[in-house]
Ligand binder design. Structure first.
Ligand SMILES: [Zn+2]
Ligand SMILES: [Zn+2]
Length: 145
């Protein structure tokens, strides 16, 4: 199904030290309920898959933390804003929805690691829901988002 191409979208951190431009694959937002994402983001990680199309204008304030053997969390070392989850080899980047200057065009499409979601909250949106095992299986077969 052909869709209009999505242009580069700007974003940045709370203090303004980090600015970036990213081109999302789709105007879709995913939520990750895993324990690491909740700890790191202070909520759930609402993110937009942007592949390799992320360009940081000034990386001087960027810091990263390797949270697994393959992934890393990228944040502003000055204000602490959670910015990206990305593959350490640079092959994929998930950009925080709230880091974009305008997050309103996105549709809430998918919830992952739904089996790690605490029982005290639930989203009312009609989304695709994947367990951690389903995510890892898709990841292993190269179809992960
Ligand atoms: Zn900052
Ligand atoms: Zn997660």
């Amino acid at each position: 199904m052909a869709e209009d191409p999505i242009g580069p979208m700007g974003g940045g951190c709370l203090c303004g030290a980090v600015r970036f431009t990213a081109t999302p694959a789709k105007l879709e937002m995913d939520v990750c309920h895993c324990g690491m994402c909740r700890k790191w983001s202070g909520g759930v990680f609402m993110c937009v898959p942007c592949g390799t199309d992320v360009a940081v204008e000034d990386g001087a304030s960027l810091k990263s933390f390797a949270s697994s053997q393959w992934g890393e969390r990228v944040f502003c070392g000055n204000c602490g804003t959670s910015l990206f989850w990305r593959m350490q080899d640079g092959s994929a980047t998930m950009v925080s929805l709230h880091a974009f200057d305008d997050g309103t065009p996105f549709r809430f499409a998918e919830e992952i690691f739904i089996d790690e979601k605490p029982g005290l909250y639930a989203f009312a949106n009609d989304t695709r829901k994947l367990t951690g095992a389903q995510v890892m299986a898709a990841f292993a077969s190269g179809q992960g988002s």
